[in-house]
Design a protein around this ligand. Structure first.
Ligand SMILES: Cc1cc2nc3c(=O)[nH]c(=O)nc-3n(C[C@H](O)[C@H](O)[C@H](O)COP(=O)(O)O)c2cc1C
Length: 185
């Protein structure tokens, strides 16, 4: 069974990540969810725990055991990491090499395995040149971006910044999983 990580960050589109998790499970892919602290303000871990049948991770320092450094073992056992939705904040952290929470630390430890980022934010945030520089930098380091899409945003604005369509995210992830499995052969 393929094993992937789903990172969920603190944006309005966090509720859509539940459907993404469900679609992977339906395809017999094991999904471990890492939520940021702020993502838990938008959707509860219980939803993901129930859908994926796995513990949901947020706190790097919770249940630390001497035999397992969890942010490393989570990265090692995963074939791929997907962050959906990805806030401007997590994009900035990853681009800046910051690893101060479970999600950013695990992504940093992915060691060249595919990382897919699905941004979702207000248009003005998305167009911010610092965000755009961060996206370019991450692309140059091999990270894959899916979206954002154009549309009506939760804040009432219309423009680029909506989370890409859920099926598109799942299909892009499955293609990359296939490709990386073929490259490993
Ligand atoms: C109601 C509400 C909606 C938000 N939606 C978004 C969003 O869609 N995208 C985004 O980048 N930030 C959004 N934010 C701001 C983030 O929650 C904030 O930057 C936070 O620090 C992100 O933390 P995280 O990246 O660790 O999850 C929103 C904040 C609030 C209060």
């Amino acid at each position: 069974m393929k094993n992937i990580l789903l990172g969920v960050t603190g944006g309005i589109a966090a509720y859509k990540a539940a459907e993404i998790a469900r679609l992977f499970v339906k395809r017999h892919i094991s999904v471990k969810v890492i939520m940021t602290k702020n993502a838990r303000r938008f959707i509860t871990p219980l939803t993901f725990q129930t859908l994926t049948k796995h513990k949901v991770y947020t706190d790097m320092f919770e249940d630390v055991f001497y035999e397992d450094v969890r942010h490393i073992s989570l990265a090692k056992e995963a074939a791929l990491a997907l962050i959906a939705p990805a806030t401007a904040d997590i994009i900035g952290k990853l681009a800046g090499g910051i690893a101060d929470d479970m999600l950013s630390a695990v992504v940093m430890a992915m060691a060249g395995k595919p990382v897919i980022i699905c941004p979702a934010m207000n248009t003005a945030m998305w167009k911010n040149t610092i965000v755009q520089d961060n996206v370019e930098k991450l692309k140059n380091h091999g990270y894959t971006f899916v979206g954002p899409a154009e549309g009506e945003l939760a804040c009432g604005d219309t423009g680029s910044g909506a989370l890409a369509e859920v099926n598109g995210i799942v299909n892009a992830t499955l293609s990359l999983l296939e490709k990386s499995a073929a490259d490993d052969r």
